[in-house]
Design a binder for this molecule. Structure first.
Ligand SMILES: [Cu+2]
Length: 144
């Protein structure tokens, strides 16, 4: 499933030029070159070998597989509750970043191999989780 929010980046004011440039990568078919890619994420997923605790009993666990050319899940919707722990269990062929279109947006760095990160959302709405390197929508979280 291709990204569907190109319109969003158009609404960004010209004043926030750097931000606009970074957001315009959202849905762009241009591969990241290092100049386009967000420098450092807001958070970094923890390698699974270093994860000591199992996800909370009430957590929504979402397994994400990125093999370098395709993603799984591939744009499916998942319902989660506000403040419910959402655990991304990532298996990736190479290091990369998840772009989480929450408010505020979050960029999550992940290493090659298995890693895990827990996030929560406090505002209801639809949150797209994307991989910009692959120009792919991974999952849409319906926060309610
Ligand atoms: Cu994005």
């Amino acid at each position: 499933m291709k990204l569907s929010h190109r319109v969003r980046s158009v609404s960004v004011g010209a004043a926030a030029l750097a931000l606009a440039l970074s957001l315009s990568a959202c849905g762009s078919d241009t591969k990241d070159t290092g100049s386009v890619r967000e420098a450092a994420g807001d958070a970094t997923a923890t390698p699974r070998a270093q994860v000591t605790a199992a996800p909370a009993a009430d957590a929504a666990v979402i397994k994400i597989t990125l093999d370098g050319t395709s993603v799984s899940p591939d744009g499916e919707s998942r319902s989660v509750k506000r403040n419910q722990p959402v655990v991304f269990q990532i298996t990736a062929a190479s290091a990369g970043q998840l772009h989480v279109h929450s408010s505020p947006e979050q960029v999550i760095d992940f290493p090659a191999g298995d890693s895990e990160i827990t996030v929560t959302f406090t505002i209801p709405g639809v949150v797209a989780v994307e991989d910009h390197d692959l120009d792919a929508l991974i999952v849409q979280l319906e926060v309610n």
